[in-house]
Design a protein around this ligand. Structure first.
Ligand code: HEC
Length: 308
């Protein structure tokens, strides 16, 4: 793909007339575009070109601390509807940094064995930790304890699926009305989302820790769980298995390529961009690295051809 970088810049140069740009200008524009997206310094990026094309530098720019922090901030904003209440609830950017800077497969963000220190968000690999990625952290579980009267972590169940496979459910204000217990949630107007769906929230929540205690004393607690039938007939054993199933799915790869697209282009993809999207799916399916998902867009010759 990189091979095409320079010839395309030259074609731009030779075919445009009055507003002709030198290849240098095109390279500058491309560098500016990529460095803006990644949040890496423009001048430093230009200097780092050293005769190469901007798109040949994408991989090394993606490794920079700044690019990882920018992507971590973006992911955080897409995974959480609101800012966390305190530092402990803001573990996701650190977790993204841990995954990307250690070149781990993206799914380990959700299935890795690590702990997040709740006083400083420092992450430690821990073979004894459950394979739950940041979902296993105390900060995240507190954040999504929710208010269900029976202590089911329905909010956490929803976030788990929203984060990993991009599930989107929009409860109406009326959904909060009446009996909010598990019995209440079995009413016809509730069961569609809570029970009778491949992603039934109550069923997923049964695999998660439970909320015990009230008010300031409320906390997540591990409980014995029974397997649940989810995702069109699959028996899901427990919390770890749930995350393994979610992150092994096509929906997970789709979600990741959509996120990467939105990060790179600043908007969701459209139908006519399917070929580009397919290249991301192919690259990401092959290696499982989010860097490859991002690079599939940023290294595409089209990316710097298009006048912003
Ligand atoms: C369109 C899908 C949908 C329908 C229909 C729906 N819910 Fe929900 N419900 C959700 C989602 C999504 C959440 C998680 C929201 C969040 O906290 O992000 C949720 C969460 C809840 C919670 C937990 C709230 C918390 O703060 O912990 C209760 C209780 C609840 N729903 C009750 C009901 C009841 C009762 C009905 C029927 C009257 C209903 N829901 C219908 C999608 C739905």
């Amino acid at each position: 793909m990189l091979r095409f970088g320079l010839p395309i810049l030259l074609i731009l140069f030779t075919t445009s007339s009055a507003s002709a740009q030198t290849p240098d200008e095109a390279a500058q524009r491309c560098t500016r575009r990529i460095s803006n997206v990644l949040g890496v310094g423009y001048r430093a990026s230009l200097i780092s070109l050293m005769g190469g094309t901007p798109q040949s530098k994408v991989r090394s720019w993606l490794e920079s601390r700044d690019a990882i922090a920018t992507f971590g901030g973006f992911i955080n904003s897409r995974f959480n509807p609101q800012p966390g209440a305190n530092l402990a609830e803001e573990g996701i950017p650190s977790a993204v940094r841990f995954i990307m800077s250690n070149k781990k497969p993206w799914k380990q963000l959700f299935t890795g064995r690590f702990t997040i220190n709740h006083t400083n968000n420092i992450i430690m690999e821990d073979a004894a930790a459950p394979a739950l990625g940041y979902f296993g952290s105390r900060g995240w579980q507190y954040r999504y304890l929710g208010n269900a009267p029976d202590g089911l972590l329905l909010s956490a169940a929803y976030r788990t699926m929203q984060n990993t496979i991009g599930l989107k459910l929009v409860p109406s204000a009326a959904n909060g009305e009446g009996d909010a217990t598990a019995t209440g949630r079995e009413r016809p107007e509730c069961r569609g989302c809570h029970f009778d769906s491949p992603y039934g929230l109550d069923l997923v929540a049964r695999l998660l820790p439970r909320k015990v205690g009230v008010g300031g004393a409320a906390k997540p607690q591990l409980v014995a769980v029974t397997p649940q039938t989810l995702f069109n007939g699959l028996q899901v054993r427990d919390h770890e298995h749930l995350l393994e199933v979610l992150t092994s799915s096509e929906a997970f790869r789709f979600r990741t390529c959509r996120l990467a697209f939105e990060f790179v282009y600043g908007r969701p993809e459209s139908a006519c961009e399917a070929p580009m999207f397919d290249r991301c799916m192919e690259a990401f399916s092959r290696t499982g690295m989010v860097q490859d998902a991002l690079a599939s867009y940023l290294e595409d010759p089209q990316y710097c051809e298009a006048v912003p």
